[in-house]
Ligand binder design. Structure first.
Ligand SMILES: Cc1ncc(COP(=O)(O)O)c(C=O)c1O
Length: 395
């Protein structure tokens, strides 16, 4: 018979007799082995099993696998997924897993500001050079790749944050493949419901699952999806488990819940954003509206080919530049001034002073991110309430 103190400490037998209907949160750092030989076999990859949650956790794996299935839905592609503790960690884990000192990344200047900073300030310190080019120019892309065999990865965003510039994914993937280089895209703005980069030939997809995949602004997490499972396991999983960029089970579970309503939300985000974009484009004080669903958007045809709908993100500029933008944002009553995107409610952000603050102003301007640009993550509320608030703020 155990003493009271030992009884208090002991794990209790699992009383479950039926399976839980909803995936449980496995809040455990480690897993018990039947005997030490089983532990040895699992660590040596001779038997499937969990050991330690930095290496793998059932809640996190179920969520990653579900996202991988959504990204590869109806494509015949077998994709694998790994969740990380943020979108930034997904990008860093991908770069860390694939690239070594001396390799180069080719990318576009108009990425999410945090990604530009990560590449410039952290990834370059590991001896990985970052080269910028206009990735929409296929001939240029081809000649850059031909002229530099150390470019291992072509990394891009479509639609890009916050300009909504789009890139033809199939064209990039084809050129990169011709030169035997890898491609990766940040699919955060579109989600797998609106576009499937793997189908277009892209090798890796990353997401900030903090955004639309969670959808409710309740967690920070990221995911990497890839179609080459052995390479994934060997390089990316290995890097993730050694640096500890793995996702927590609670955060993964919140993403898992959000995924259930992804198609419904993306439909409503897209129809609301299209409605708001058309109305803003007609407004005399609005100079430009960036929304790929507008026929006037320079990348409308590309977006129409590769996206099912045009998503919930748009940005616009007012007459009067930064002063007009700041005073309009301060007059908002219904929309929130929160620095994230992809939540069910409408969020407004000023990129030049937040998401892109630390990007060199010259690079920012060249990338089309003017000081007066306002970004809107159009929510799923009644579109009339969103529009009325934006109009009263602008007027
Ligand atoms: C397009 C895009 N990618 C990646 C990230 C980074 O994601 P996280 O904040 O989850 O690290 C963000 C964040 O805003 C983003 O907008």
């Amino acid at each position: 018979m155990l003493h009271f103190d030992s009884l208090s400490v002991r794990e209790w037998p699992d009383p479950r007799t039926t399976r839980p209907h909803v995936l449980p949160i496995y809040a455990t750092s480690s897993y018990d082995f039947e005997d030490i030989e089983q532990g040895m076999r699992i660590f040596a990859n001779e038997e499937q099993g969990h050991t330690y949650s930095r290496y793998g956790n059932p809640t996190v794996e179920a969520t990653a696998s579900k996202i991988a299935h959504l990204e590869s839905f109806d494509t015949g592609i077998q994709a694998a997924g790994l969740m990380t503790n943020s979108g930034m960690a997904a990008i860093d884990t991908l770069a860390g897993g694939l690239l070594k000192h001396g390799d180069k990344i080719l990318t576009q200047p108009n990425l999410y500001g945090g990604t530009t900073e990560l590449l410039q300030k952290i990834v370059t310190n590991r001896g990985i050079e970052v080269i910028y080019a206009d990735l929409t120019d296929q001939d240029k892309l081809s000649s850059i790749l031909k002229g530099d065999s150390s470019i291992r990865l072509v990394y891009f965003e479509t639609p890009a944050n916050p300009t909504l510039a789009c890139i033809d994914m199939a064209k990039i993937a084809t050129v990169a493949k011709e030169h035997k280089r890898l491609t990766a895209v940040d699919n955060t703005f579109a989600t797998p419901y609106l576009q499937q980069p793997l189908k277009e030939g892209v090798d890796f997809v990353i997401h900030s699952t903090t955004k639309y995949l969670n959808g409710h602004g309740t967690c920070l997490a990221g995911v990497i999806i890839g179609k080459d499972e052995p390479m994934f396991k060997e390089k990316i999983w290995n890097y993730m488990k050694l640096v500890g960029s793995n996702c927590s089970p609670f955060e993964a579970w919140l993403v898992y819940q959000g995924l259930k309503t992804l198609p419904l939300r993306m439909h409503r985000h897209s129809s609301n954003a299209l409605f708001v974009a058309y109305k803003l484009a007609d407004h005399p004080k609005v100079v430009t509206v960036n929304y790929p669903g507008l026929e006037s958007h320079p990348d409308h045809l590309i977006a129409s080919r590769q996206m099912k709908l045009f998503g919930g993100m748009l940005s616009f500029e007012l007459e009067g530049g930064i002063e007009a933008a700041v005073s309009a944002m301060n007059r908002l009553k219904f929309c929130s001034l929160a620095p994230t995107l992809g939540d069910v409610d409408t969020l407004v952000l000023h990129p030049a002073s937040s998401s892109h603050l630390r990007v060199d102003p010259e690079v920012r301007r060249k990338a089309g991110i003017s000081d007066g640009l306002i970004r809107v993550s159009v929510g799923i509320e009644d579109p009339q309430d969103i529009l009325e608030d934006l109009l009263q703020a602008i007027n």
